[in-house]
Design a protein around this ligand. Structure first.
Ligand code: XMP
Length: 513
């Protein structure tokens, strides 16, 4: 089924993906493309609306990103946001100025007055707070436009040409700091673009299952199942779509968290698909014996993973399709043409090189992470799989500083399980983006009962973040930390000291190795 589409043209703004997510939350499908996308291609997609994002440039800079003026004459509604608003103003003959006087620059929460008879602000209060962050501002709107919002310093906080369905906002409506911002986006979609709202996960699920069936026919599909959210959702979807034609290979490297392997088995083993659980713990531990350098560990695990997968894939023979859990943030190309930041992380992205297959299928390619979770629920995956935190490919190997042994892995697994259990008990799981324990290689003196101990120090790490590129340490309440600390030293052997990591990223990274 073809969905209504909104095209977001990216001018390099930091919120480009957030805009797209907000639009989708309003049940309208939307795609992010670079601002350089040719007009003919945009038209061919027949979008119901176009949104320009913000961006770091000034319209006055040489080679500043700009847009062909014809885009405003296609009869497709356009909403310009921040830099996108200035691009619209300047292209159509308005005046954009750089604010020399500090007074005209605005940063942060700014009281704003909205016109009541604009479709964008329909049903919203006349005043509110918008999140301003601009050096340049629109001084004079182009001919035919009227001003629909202002602040003390900003003469044109919003403008519109209602007949041509062109709208511009000087502030980002997509951020939570802008009061009623989401309603403004919703108004643009439903009042201006006349959206019907046909993007729901139930529909997506049915359509994708159908599309997979059509594409695969009676062919064979292979999937590397890691137990993470993305590959689990792909597995569940394919299981429903093609059942026995699917083979999942789950390489258990012995570096998983407590009970994780069994949880994956519980959902996927048992008849409806071909499920291969490869117990490769001994192999991995042997390769890792004596290795302490983090990069060496990562490399060894990545290579060994591929080798194991390859051996298993060979047993299955040629397959028609290789399925992958690629998600939308991995495929969005930045509007400024900067190469997407892709980490040299170990995951299954490199597999196609050596597996004998004809085509790739990527059923999550259009989805954001929160949508992948929604789809998982639609497919009735258990909540512990759907809400699973990001877990690095090299697993606990990069959460044990120094040499990895089975004994240390078991100690860490037990401590980490207590940490996660207590965070869940306190109802804090959804407010902390990622949290885990790290076993350091430091030992220190302690006292237990009447005896001296000389045991490991365990570090707890908890962070809040939206994109995992930067992160802040989570303010877990002291009494919760206390409870966790008491439980761990009492219940887990060989740990006599617990520390909490209070560094943000940067300068630290989220993982310790
Ligand atoms: P860092 O430590 O770089 O981690 O701040 C950022 C996010 O990436 C995860 N991470 C990985 N994910 N393979 C992955 O799939 C890896 O090798 C890997 N290393 C780190 C980390 O858990 C955090 O969410």
């Amino acid at each position: 089924m073809k969905h209504e589409l909104v095209v977001v043209l990216d001018f390099g703004g930091q919120y480009n993906q957030l805009i797209a997510r907000r639009v989708r939350e309003c049940n309208v499908y939307c795609e992010v493309h670079p601002y350089t996308m040719p007009l003919a291609e945009i038209q061919a997609k027949a979008p119901i609306g176009i949104i320009f994002t913000g961006g770091p440039n000034s319209v006055y800079e040489e080679n500043a990103p700009s847009i062909e003026k014809e885009i405003f004459s296609l009869g497709i509604p356009v909403l310009g946001i921040c830099y996108g608003a200035q691009v619209m103003a300047q292209s159509l003959g308005g005046v954009v100025r750089t604010a020399d006087a500090a007074a005209a620059r605005e940063y942060g929460k700014t009281p704003t007055q909205y016109s009541q008879n604009s479709k964008l602000f329909a049903g919203l209060p006349e005043t509110g707070v918008s999140w301003m962050s601009h050096g340049d501002y629109i001084e004079t709107p182009p001919d035919g436009f009227r001003v629909t919002a202002k602040t003390i310093a900003c003469p044109v906080a919003a403008m519109e040409h209602a007949e041509k369905r062109l709208y511009a906002l000087q502030y980002p409506p997509e951020v939570n700091h802008t009061e009623h911002g989401i309603s403004m986006l919703r108004n643009f979609l439903y009042q201006v673009c006349s959206a019907k709202g046909d993007w729901t996960m139930g529909d997506y699920c049915r359509d994708t299952i159908q599309a997979v069936r059509e594409k695969v026919g009676s062919g064979k599909v292979l999937l590397a199942l890691s137990g993470g959210v993305d590959s689990s959702v792909v597995a569940a979807l394919l299981k429903r779509a093609i059942g026995k034609q699917l083979t999942c290979i789950f390489v258990d490297h012995g570096l998983m968290r407590k009970d994780e392997g069994a949880e994956v088995d519980a959902v996927f083993a048992g008849g409806e698909i071909h499920f291969v659980h490869v117990d490769a713990e001994a192999r991995f531990l042997q390769k890792l014996a004596g290795v302490t350098d983090p990069e060496r560990k990562r490399k060894i695990i990545g290579e060994e993973f591929i080798r194991v997968f390859e051996e298993e894939a060979k047993k299955i023979g040629a397959v028609d399709f290789l399925a992958q859990g690629t998600i939308y943030p991995d495929v969005i190309e930045s509007g400024l043409g900067a190469a997407a930041v892709i980490k040299s992380h170990h995951n299954v992205g490199g597999l196609p090189d050596f597996v004998d297959f004809k085509e790739i299928i990527e059923p999550l390619r259009l989805l954001f992470k929160d949508e992948v979770r929604q789809l998982g629920r639609e497919l009735e995956l258990p909540e512990y799989l759907v809400m699973r935190q990001p877990f690095p490919g090299p697993g606990l190997a990069i959460r044990i500083i120094g040499e990895i042994t089975k004994e240390k892995l078991d100690i860490l697994r037990d401590a980490d399980a207590i940490f996660r259990e207590e965070i869940a008990n306190e109802g804090l799981s959804s407010s902390i983006s990622q949290y885990f324990a790290v076993l350091t290689d430091m030992r220190s003196v302690g006292v237990m009962g009447d005896g001296r101990t000389y045991d490991y120090t365990l570090a707890l790490r908890g962070v809040t973040t939206t994109d995992f590129m930067t992160a802040d340490w989570a303010r877990i309440p002291y009494d919760v930390l206390d409870k966790i600390s008491v439980r761990i030293v009492n219940e887990v052997r060989c740990i006599n000291r617990i520390v909490y990591d209070i560094t943000s990223k940067p300068p630290a990274t989220i993982e310790w190795e």
